[in-house]
Each structure stands twice: as C-alpha cells, then as structure tokens.
Design a protein around this ligand. Structure first.
Ligand SMILES: NC(=O)c1ccc[n+]([C@@H]2O[C@H](COP(=O)([O-])OP(=O)(O)OC[C@H]3O[C@@H](n4cnc5c(N)ncnc54)[C@H](OP(=O)(O)O)[C@@H]3O)[C@@H](O)[C@H]2O)c1
Length: 351
C-alpha cells in the first residue's frame, strides 16, 4: 500500500510517498480501514524530526487520526459493532498517513451518513483531547471560568465549544490575526485576550480584568513554561491548572514562589493522550461520542457556526497527501487556525 515515508529524521522535505506492507487484521478488536482523510497534529511534526518516538506497540508511520471506510473486521465483540462498508473516524497511536490503517474498534466512531469524511478526520484528536482535559482531568463544573491558551489552536477551538456547551465561560488567548475565530466560536469580546498585543502589563492582569478580579477556575495550557507562574496567579482559590503541551518551552524562566499554590490550594496536573491505555481512550470515546453531539456536528455542517447549538470542526486547509511537506511547513509556521487535513483517498467521500 502507499504511505508517507520519513526518509530520515529532519525537515518536512524528508517525507515522500512510498510503499509499505498492508497491515493484517488478525487481532480480536481491530478493524482495517481504507483511509479517506487524515489530519495533522503537532506530535507528527515532532515524530518526523525524531523528537517523539511512537509507543513500542504502535506503527512507525505518522498519523494519529483518520476517517475512512471499514474493509475488514476482527472477530472480537467490540469489533462486531462495525461491518464492512461502515463510514468511521478513529483515534490511533500511529499509522494514519497511509492508504490503509489498522484501528482499534474501541477508539473508532461511526459517522452519520450526512457528515463529510473530510471534516470527520479532524475530530478525534482535537475533540477527544479537549474533552479529556475538561472532564477526565480538569474536573470541569458548569459555570466554571476556563482560561484556554492558544484558543485558536485545534484543541483550543474544540475546548471553547465544549466549555460553552456545558455552561462554562471560555476566556481564550490567541494572536491578533486569529482573534476573529475566538469571536466566531462565541468567546465574548471582553474574554478574548490578544497575547501578541496585550494592553495589560501581563496575562495575569488581562485575566483579572476579564474576570472582574475573581480569577479563573480552570486553565488549559499547551504553551508551558512562559505562562506557568502567571497561570497560577490567574487561578481563583481551589483552581486547577492542566498542562498538556509545551509549545513555548519546558524550563520556567524565573523563580517560582510555591506559596501561591499553598495559599490558593491549587491543583496542577499534566497529561498526554497518546500514552494512555486503550481502555482509557475507549471510555473517553464512549462519553464524548453521544447521539446528541453527533447531531451537533451534523448541525454545524448544515447551519454554519451556530451559537453553541452546533459544533464547528474548523478545518482550515486540505492538502492532497502528496503535499504533506507543505502541510507540515504550514503548521510549523503557526499559519493554521484550526485543523490541516490530508486527502488520502478523497473519492471515498463520494460513495
Ligand atoms: N497532551 C495531549 O494529550 C495533547 C493532545 C493533542 C495536542 N496536544 C498539544 O496541544 C497543543 C496544540 O495542538 P493543536 O493541534 O491544537 O495545535 P494547532 O492547531 O497547530 O495550533 C497551535 C497554535 O498555538 C499557538 N502557539 C504556538 N506557539 C505558541 C506559543 N509559544 N505561545 C502561544 N501560542 C502559541 C499558535 O496560534 P497563535 O497564532 O494564536 O499564536 C498556533 O497556531 C500542541 O502543543 C500539541 O502538542 C496535546
């Protein structure tokens, strides 16, 4: 089968289309899926550079999510929920930049007939991560004020919509050129923070103004070190910080006074999704992919960006998969506002 090959760790140009063996569907709960679309994640760009090796039992082919058509079904009970020809999307630990991919049935979701496979490929990683951060790790409660760093990132855009869905208040940061997306997703003007052109002396004072001095209940941070101290300052008493990325670095630049943690009785947690066991991801999928949410995604396609009643996938660009190097370069320049999708076998969308 065709697959994207990383010839040697390095820049995007080191990737090309090549040949790999077709995976064999010989385990209980696996499905073989013909891939229609896959989508990019920051982890792919790190893996390409040799900085983020795949887990030991995962395919070494890049790609953490896909949409497509089931073409073989394993003998297990979980797999029997699916049949050949089903339209699905799946969260995988690797292997999605390929014409065919083995997926675990427990982390595979059936797609409504009217929902395009192109958009479906962009859902699993961003939305399951956002759901995990809020509900499995961050102990989100209705009414919570949630500070979402990189609000115009794929995970950020999903988190904003999930916070609104559950009656919370999203407060989000983004660069100037991506502010419009925060507004389109329903972030109130006073809750949209332009971190590249902040009129306040610090993030902490911008959050103070946005919350009328009360602070936020939960922070979702994928920037890391530069905001670690300010995140703690921005939290209200009993607040929670969930760290899930280190795009701005891992070494905290200035000394940190731990009294802020003690005084406000704060909780700090860090998490990844790829490294979690399959049972955990299966629980996540089961809780996230409800009939009500399926209809919200369908509604988003029909009605555009409706106010919290439907979900927007925010696919910002689709490349033919032969242009994978251009797609990675776009992400590494931070030019994407939402998901970048790769078309592998787009004709499957027309069946
Ligand atoms: N732990 C997990 O389970 C998990 C799962 C999925 C993703 N992640 C992590 O989540 C993060 C976001 O992923 P994604 O796919 O949503 O990304 P994405 O869609 O590519 O968006 C990332 C955006 O973050 C902003 N950004 C980049 N560097 C920044 C910095 N130093 N300071 C502030 N903002 C910065 C940029 O927007 P602006 O123009 O607004 O700056 C950029 O477009 C990544 O770190 C990824 O590795 C973690």
């Amino acid at each position: 089968m065709q697959a994207i090959i990383v010839q040697e760790p390095g820049p995007p140009e080191n990737m090309c289309l090549g040949q790999r063996h077709l995976p064999v569907c010989d385990e209980q709960n696996t499905l073989l899926v013909q891939v229609a679309y896959t989508a990019l994640n920051r982890a792919d760009t790190l893996q390409r550079q040799g900085l983020y090796p795949p887990p030991p039992d995962a395919s070494d082919i890049l790609g953490l999510e896909l949409s497509g058509i089931v073409c073989e079904v394993g003998p297990g009970a979980e797999a029997s929920r699916f049949k050949r020809g089903d339209r699905v999307m799946s969260l995988v630990t690797g292997g999605a930049y390929a014409a065919y991919c083995l997926v675990d049935a427990a982390t595979t979701m059936a797609i409504p007939d009217s929902f395009p496979l192109r958009l479906a490929a962009s859902i699993p990683e961003a939305w399951l991560t956002a759901y995990q951060l809020l509900h499995f790790v961050g102990n989100f409660q209705p009414g919570d004020k949630v500070l979402i760093h990189a609000g115009a990132s794929s995970v950020g855009l999903a988190a904003i919509q999930l916070v609104r869905e559950m009656g919370g208040v999203p407060i989000a940061t983004a660069s100037t050129k991506k502010q419009h997306l925060l507004h389109e997703m329903g972030v109130a003007p006073q809750h949209a923070i332009d971190y590249t052109n902040n009129p306040y002396p610090s993030l902490e004072s911008a959050v103070e103004a946005a919350t009328e001095g009360g602070g936020v209940d939960l922070v979702l941070c994928c920037v890391g070190a530069p905001y670690f101290g300010q995140n703690l300052q921005a939290l209200a008493k009993g607040g929670r910080l969930v760290l899930y990325g280190l795009m701005g670095g891992s070494l905290v630049p200035s000394p940190l006074d731990l009294r802020v943690l003690m005084k406000k009785m704060l909780q700090v947690t860090a998490t990844t999704l790829r490294g979690r066991p399959c049972e955990y991801k299966a629980r996540l999928v089961e809780r996230f992919w409800t009939e009500e949410r399926r209809q919200k995604f369908v509604g988003g396609v029909k009605n555009g960006r409706e106010k919290g009643e439907s979900f927007e996938t925010n696919v910002c660009r689709t490349f033919p998969w032969g242009d994978v190097a251009l797609a990675h370069a776009m992400m590494e320049r931070n030019e994407n506002a939402g998901k970048i999708v790769l078309a592998v076998t787009p004709s499957l969308d027309e069946r």
